[in-house]
Design a protein around this ligand. Structure first.
Ligand code: NOJ
Length: 533
């Protein structure tokens, strides 16, 4: 297989609501992105993955899509999206869009039609409508729980208030699950893929990709395979999608798949299915040399067997930002145990985040940068309750702090909020409040500062492109306990995760280090890239 762009691309996750606000309403938009494309080109990324930009009531920040072929008016128009894709291409930046096939918004015309139609109708067959259990059907059809907390079923009501059937939603009630056994659903999404490929999208990030198909008997989860996660029949969908992608040139399908079992994950990478999957085991792994080495080895091994490029991810819009994770006593991450009660040492977390950036960008495959990580932003844990928007926070009544803290609008310039996120005369505040300390983490403040996270990312992405692309294989080098050292071609990466300074392998020159070297030694929580003799 010849190498294509996505096999070793640096991909920037752009969370549209929080990137840049062009029109002053406090919400990011496509005009804001277009104005900042030169910033992204200069950063050195190859592609942008846009979080969902479709019309949406924003019950789940756009992952509740009301129309898959249009742009939310708060973000702009389809013409803006076309212009953005073209302007990106002119700067050498590809576009990856986010498709949400497991569920839509309850405002989607199909779901509205289903609600208006009778039980047993063709309209309802596109979703999972069922009568309730118990006298009067007052109990949900089964006890499945929503991933956002609470039951996975909501009861419908006729206009006169009479209770009716229940419908399934693995996420919020505003996100009804499609029934992928229904041919209309399959045809609709195949058409949506073509719609965006025809407009120039270079790739698709597939939301909740392992959840689409359900056991039609809707049994309770038990010892056997899950009735709604990673079922064998989900692969038929991706085989069909792959034939569509293959009708175009160099398009990529990337699955959002949270599976701990590498063998099950690898099945999505079979040659006639997806091109890539996100590496969540790497993201979730604690800041620990042996643990990271095990994940790196397993990743390389199962991707090599599948003939697919590994991916490396430290943060995204669903997880605590890694500056904060790495500054806690427990540096691991789990979706079901987000914990903001642990104290955070931001200096330590930032030092480790710098070291992690060099470790991650030296690995073979493609790398993801979540907007703001290049500035060293941390998880904002003190958002006032009344400003929080994440359905996870609301549905768990605050027991889970949710994801708002990783979605705070970016600081661009200036001394106080909105830090250039919105134009100077903006009518509204940013949709989530920014910490005043971010005055030190604006793009303007960090630009030209050789010690800033931004300049580290800029230099690292450049060197990565020159030295690590196309991918020379990784060879582990001998190293003391707590130190990860490997060579890629003529360059070594050494990351010291131990508590004591480490010696460096013989080298001709240090290309880049995440912190100062002390007397030729690599201090704890520091990484370096070395040109070998
Ligand atoms: C995964 C997305 O990344 C997340 O933000 C969203 O809430 C769920 N899927 C549901 O669409």
């Amino acid at each position: 297989m010849s190498r294509t762009w996505w096999q070793d691309a640096a991909i920037y996750e752009l969370y549209v609501r929080s990137f840049a606000d062009g029109d002053g309403d406090g919400t990011g938009d496509l005009a804001g992105v277009r104005a900042r494309l030169p910033y992204l080109a200069d950063l050195g990324i190859d592609a942008i993955w846009f979080s969902p930009w479709y019309p949406s009531p924003m019950s789940d920040a756009g992952y509740d899509v009301a129309d898959y072929r249009s742009i939310d008016p708060a973000f702009g128009t389809l013409a803006d999206a076309d212009a953005l894709i073209a302007e990106g291409h002119a700067l050498g930046i590809k576009t990856i869009i986010d498709i949400v096939p497991n569920h839509c918004s309850d405002q989607h015309r199909w779901f509205q039609a289903a609600l208006a139609a009778a039980p047993g109708s063709a309209e309802r067959a596109r979703f999972w409508f069922r009568p309730g259990r118990g006298p009067g059907g007052d109990l949900p059809p089964n006890d499945w729980q929503s991933i956002f907390g609470g039951p996975a079923w909501t009861r419908t009501k006729a206009p006169d208030g009479t209770p009716g059937e229940w419908y399934l939603h693995l996420f919020a009630p505003e996100q009804p699950d499609f029934n992928w056994a229904n041919p209309d659903v399959r045809a609709e999404f195949e058409d949506v893929l073509r719609f965006w490929f025809d407009r120039g999208a270079d790739g698709i990030r597939i939301d909740s990709a392992a959840l689409l198909t359900k056991d039609p008997g809707l049994p309770e989860p038990g010892a056997g395979p899950s009735p709604y996660t990673d079922r064998d029949d989900v692969h038929d969908i991706y085989r069909a999608w792959r034939t569509i992608a293959d009708d175009y040139e160099d398009r990529v399908l990337i699955g959002e798949i949270w599976l701990a079992d590498a063998a099950r994950l690898a099945r999505y990478l079979r040659r006639d299915e997806l091109h890539a999957v996100f590496n969540f085991p790497y993201l979730c792994c604690p800041w620990d040399a042996a643990g990271l080495r095990a994940v790196i080895d397993s990743t390389l091994q199962f991707h090599a067997a599948a003939g697919a490029p590994p991916t490396w991810v430290l943060s995204n819009h669903d997880v605590d930002r890694h500056v904060s994770r790495y500054g806690r006593a427990d540096t691991s991450f789990g979706l079901d145990r987000r914990d903001h009660s642990q104290p955070v040492d931001l200096d330590l977390g930032t030092r480790r985040a710098r070291a992690a950036a060099l470790l991650t960008m030296a690995l073979p495959g493609s790398v993801y940068v979540y907007q703001g990580e290049e500035l060293g932003l941390w998880e904002v844990e003190d958002i006032p309750d009344e400003r929080r928007q994440d359905p996870i926070w609301h549905r768990t009544r605050g027991a889970d702090p949710g994801r708002d803290g990783s979605r705070v609008p970016l600081p661009w310039s200036g001394q106080e909020p909105p830090f250039g996120f919105s134009p100077p005369d903006a009518a509204a505040q940013p949709w989530l409040p920014q910490p005043k300390e971010w005055r030190e983490l604006t793009v303007a403040a960090e630009t030209g500062d050789p010690h800033s996270m931004l300049e580290l990312y800029r230099r690292a992405l450049r060197i990565r492109r020159a030295e690590f692309v196309p991918a020379p294989p990784l060879t582990w080098l001998p190293a003391p306990g707590g130190v990860l050292a490997f060579a890629r071609g003529g360059v070594a990466c050494v990351a010291n995760l131990s508590a004591v300074p480490a010696g460096l392998p013989p080298h001709a020159a240090a290309l880049l280090a995440s912190g100062p070297l002390a007397g030729g030694l690599l201090p704890p929580d520091t990484s370096a890239w070395l040109r070998l003799h």
